[in-house]
Design a protein around this ligand. Structure first.
Ligand SMILES: *Cc1c(COP(=O)(O)O)cnc(C)c1O
Length: 340
């Protein structure tokens, strides 16, 4: 492992394990657009049951799953409320607006990553021809690695439903939240009409996401999925990776969280680094001045890959980072900060 780069840029960089590849190779498959792929069908139903929903829909990416959800909940001229930093607002190319003709209504986050109820309330439009029709509230858990308290999620979801809105949870990293809280994944999903799960983050799959909801919602979601080009054929080879991950890569997320704790503690002990976290599998580091660029190069020369959202560095632990890699990373940070 020590000759391999230590890649702390994201938990999307994991490569499928030998056991996962074997499961993929052995998958029974069929044409999923016809509903004929037994492995896709099994992944959808296993995950739906695990998260407390009637049905699921397999998609290539969580981005497409969120957009499919937006386009299923909302029509042209409708509006969705989301946080300024929500993936489905900020990091998906404006897909809801561009491809769905759905107006985003971003609002500032509360410090816990949720949305302040009063701001949500104030953002909901009256039924008046001047306004778009507010249809949907989107939350994200975890967000920036932070676990949004479940009581807060439920209060917001209940409020939204009381106002006639639907609710979507971008749970790309929902399993990190569940493992971090020590609760069942269904507890994190409860109160939402639909949920996106990403398989290619901490769960370690090469691709894939699942959208969950009621049977009727998922039936309707098939049209936007097809329109967006997400109807795959023998996708069971990918779904098999998802099923393998659900069996083997969920509880182990606790190891990623423990590695992030070690990393944060080690970095905190270094003079001059302002450390935020760990938040589940993420640690954030603020560097003085413009040093982040020099740091990136310094680390790269030592086969440690880091990515800055300048001037903040986000370090992410995952399946392919072991304890030795964490120790080596801490040591390299120490050397960098010692040079001046
Ligand atoms: C990564 C991520 C997505 C998008 O996932 P892709 O599968 O890369 O498209 C959506 N939402 C959140 C919160 C994410 O972290």
């Amino acid at each position: 492992m020590s000759s391999e780069p230590i890649d702390l840029r994201s938990d999307t960089v994991t490569r499928p394990t030998a056991a996962m590849r074997a499961a993929m190779a052995a998958a029974a498959v069929g044409d999923d657009v016809f509903g004929d792929d037994p492995t896709v069908n099994r992944l959808q139903s296993v995950l739906a049951e695990r998260l407390g929903f009637e049905a699921g829909l397999f998609l290539p990416t969580a981005t497409q799953s969120n957009l499919t959800a937006l386009m299923t909940h909302c029509g042209r001229g409708d509006e969705y409320i989301a946080g300024q930093n929500a993936h489905c607002y900020k990091y998906e190319g404006g897909g809801g607006a561009v491809l769905g003709s759905i107006q985003p209504q971003p609002i500032e986050h509360a410090p816990d990553g949720s949305l302040p109820l009063a701001k949500v309330a104030a953002a909901i439009k009256l039924d008046d021809p001047h306004y778009a029709r507010t249809r949907l509230l989107c939350l994200e858990n975890t967000i920036g690695g932070r676990i949004v308290p479940l009581a807060v999620c439920r209060e917001l979801a209940d409020f939204a439903h009381g106002q006639g809105l639907a609710t979507h949870l971008d749970g790309a990293r929902l399993f990190n939240a569940a493992v971090g809280l020590g609760v069942a994944p269904a507890d994190v999903a409860r109160g939402f009409d639909s949920v996106t799960i990403c398989l290619s983050k901490g769960l370690g799959c090469p691709a894939g996401a699942v959208l969950l909801g009621s049977r009727d919602f998922i039936e309707r979601a098939r049209r936007p999925r097809k329109m967006l080009g997400g109807g795959m054929r023998q996708a069971g080879v990918l779904a098999a990776a998802g099923l393998h991950a659900l069996h083997h890569h969920v509880e182990r997320l606790a190891e990623d969280h423990a590695q992030a704790q070690r990393l944060a503690a080690g970095l905190r002990a270094i003079d001059g680094l302002a450390v935020d976290g760990p938040h589940t599998n993420m640690v954030f580091v603020d560097l003085p001045g413009e040093r982040w660029r020099a740091l990136e190069a310094f680390m790269q020369a030592r086969s440690i890959l880091v990515m800055s959202y300048q001037p903040r560095l986000r370090l992410v632990t995952h399946l392919d980072v072991d304890a030795a890699g964490i120790e080596r990373s801490i040591a390299a940070f120490g050397q960098f900060m010692a040079q001046r």
